[in-house]
Write a protein that binds this ligand. Structure first.
Ligand code: MEV
Length: 438
């Protein structure tokens, strides 16, 4: 197949023809599928078309609601965008469990964002330090047109440091900058500031009297925010007297608490378990991050880096039994926004934020951390008691039935049948075949 020039310049219809005719066996069916997902509201479709380049259709994810989250004594219903069948159910179950046990308590521990100008300098590092001190006021001054509005609201560049990294990589240095971006996630703000800093830094070096020869020619390699934000941190916790953990007769509250602590401790020392343990946390985190129009890739990258900050990948949640109390908590970095980006542009993101009572970025950090903690509590609770498959397969039943093209009547019969029987793929196939054979 030949490569194509100017694909982005084709009309939407031409793009669809091109991709369907060349890359699929049944072009007609591909075109029909693509168009089935177009929105009939032309204005809304145009909005979505313009989010990215080369849009041909929309990719839907279910948006669910997990109600009954008591967070710092306020009740929330949390919107979650996710495809995995058991996630919203698990979050709702955890929310209900803690609703009558004091709810979730949260605290933002920091909101610092980070960006760096990475550059190469060949020369005397003491001279570079003197140049930095000399040019620092000008660096700040030259960004003023970018930072003016943010500063009015109390944010902006909070610090610039010169960092010598030449021991790690020959001639490599950075301007390591910190930012307060308030309710904005801040990526565009930070990157614009950094590019201006880089320009001033390079231009001033050429003029700096103390520099000679190569020293004048600073090579800026790149200027970019960091998605690792260990000081943009939030904590969420649940806690109750051990005797309040009683649920059913199968397991004593103390035994349950001990099993929970042991499971978390395993995730603390064993990376193979920690990754899956944290994946469960991200089921909750990503779903709310996505529903509110935030950048889940940034959040994922930052959180996993944080999980490895001490040199070994480990659990993001912690559990303890102390003086008869069970506590379970999470500490994660979250760079989120509730203004700018998709948050006000995507009608569903805007609606999700409305449902959450229009939170500030700090409030949203707390809600997202709670969703992660709730999800982890639900998963570990199942793992140490019934096992994960019982609940998971119950929720997955509908997917299997849809795969088997079950009718509504078949679905009703089988959903009630599998209330009393274990769901496995083969058990569902067998049961549906039995109905169909009469
Ligand atoms: C599945 O999406 C998430 C779990 O594997 C998380 C965990 O094992 O803790 C159930």
């Amino acid at each position: 197949m030949a490569p194509i020039e100017g694909f982005s310049k084709l009309t939407k219809e031409e793009k669809i023809d091109w991709i369907s005719d060349r890359y699929t066996d049944n072009s007609k069916e591909t075109k029909a599928t693509i168009k089935r997902y177009w929105n009939t509201d032309k204005e809304l479709q145009k909005l979505h078309d313009e989010f990215i380049e080369n849009t041909i259709t929309n990719f839907y994810l279910p948006l669910g609601i997990a109600p009954n989250f008591l967070i710092n004594d306020k009740l929330y219903a949390i919107p979650m965008a996710i495809e995995e069948s058991s996630v919203v159910a698990a979050a709702s179950k955890a929310a209900k469990f803690w609703l009558h046990r004091g709810g979730f308590k949260t605290k933002v521990l920091g909101t610092e964002k980070i960006g760096q100008v990475h550059f190469m300098y060949q020369g005397d590092c003491r001279k570079l330090e003197r140049f930095f001190q000399f040019v620092k006021p000008k660096l700040i001054q030259d960004t003023s047109s970018i930072t003016k509005n943010m500063e009015k609201r109390g944010g902006g560049i909070t610090n610039i440091q010169l960092r010598d990294k030449s021991k790690d990589l020959k001639d490599y240095y950075q301007l390591h900058c910190t930012f307060e971006t308030l309710d904005a996630m801040g990526a565009n703000f930070i990157n614009s500031c950094l590019e201006q800093l880089a320009q001033t830094w390079k231009a001033e070096a050429l003029e700096y009297a103390e520099f000679s020869g190569e020293e004048k020619h600073i090579e800026v390699v790149m200027s970019i925010l960091s998605n690792y934000v260990p000081n943009c941190l939030v904590r969420a916790e649940v806690s109750c007297p051990i005797q309040d953990l009683q649920e059913g007769e199968d397991i004593s509250p103390l035994e349950f608490a001990e099993k929970m602590v042991r499971a978390v401790n395993i995730a603390k020392v064993e990376p193979f378990r920690a990754v899956t343990h944290n994946k469960g946390i991200m089921n909750g985190v990503d779903a709310v991050v996505l529903a509110t129009g935030n950048d889940f890739r940034a959040v994922e990258a930052g959180i996993h880096a944080y999980a490895a900050k001490d040199g070994q990948y480990t659990s993001l949640t912690h559990a303890s039994i102390d003086h008869g109390r069970f506590s379970f908590w999470i500490e994660i970095p979250l760079a989120l926004g509730t203004v700018g980006g998709l948050t006000s542009l995507h009608p569903l993101a805007k609606m999700a934020l409305d449902i959450l009572d229009r939170p500030s970025a700090k409030e949203l950090m707390q809600l997202v951390a709670v969703a992660g903690l709730a999800q982890n509590f639900a998963a570990v609770r199942s793992l140490v008691t019934t096992g994960i498959q019982q609940g998971h397969m119950k929720m997955h039943l509908m997917n299997i039935l849809n795969q088997l093209q079950a009718t509504e009547a078949e679905k009703n019969t089988l959903v009630s049948h599998f209330k009393k029987h274990t769901v496995t793929h083969s058990a569902v196939v067998e049961a549906i075949q039995k109905i169909r054979k009469g």
